[in-house]
Design a protein around this ligand. Structure first.
Ligand SMILES: [Zn+2]
Ligand SMILES: [Zn+2]
Length: 168
């Protein structure tokens, strides 16, 4: 597929590592950020987590059913973690089964490489070799209480992509 076609796609699909769980995202995501907190390093078994916020109603399972375990977020609020019981891939986090937003673990999303994080959180626990281009995105030593700035920034970059597309 041509790069531009992927970059401007409006439906995303995701698949766990073993393929038991396949899902679709049918609306434009709310935003994407990278989180370098120690919890995200554990859940991703890597250097940082990628959180792609999408409306719950935009998420539909095509095959499989995730399992859940519950933990606490940095803020003290409860966090429900969906994962594949066969391969252990983390699918998404959410506050509870009713919460309107899912934080999709974006490494499973096909075409995710064309989604750019608008911010990096918890840089104080980032791996020392991680280098952030602060001209390009927001950078925070800790977490943020209010995600409005991040969402606004995401919408602005989406708009720019839309304009570029129209001007072609
Ligand atoms: Zn799996
Ligand atoms: Zn985190």
């Amino acid at each position: 597929m041509h790069r531009d076609t992927i970059e401007f796609q409006r439906t995303y699909t995701g698949e766990c590592q073993c393929g038991c769980i396949v899902y679709e995202i049918n609306e434009q995501p709310i935003m994407l950020y990278a989180c370098h907190c120690t919890d995200c390093q554990k859940q991703s078994a890597s250097a940082f987590g990628l959180s792609l916020w999408v409306p719950r109603k935009a998420f539909s399972l095509i095959t499989g059913e995730p399992r859940f375990w519950q933990t606490q977020a940095e803020s003290g609020s409860s966090k429900l973690c969906a994962f594949c019981e066969s391969c252990g891939s983390r699918i998404y986090h959410t506050e509870d089964h009713q919460s309107p937003v899912l934080s999709i673990k974006a490494g499973l999303v096909s075409g995710a490489r064309y989604l750019r994080p608008v911010a990096h959180l918890w840089l104080r626990s980032a791996q020392p070799w991680v280098v952030i281009d602060t001209d390009d995105c927001l950078a925070f030593e800790k977490g943020v209480d209010d995600y409005a700035e991040l969402i606004k920034r995401w919408q602005q970059s989406e708009q720019k992509i839309g304009e570029r597309r129209r001007n072609r």
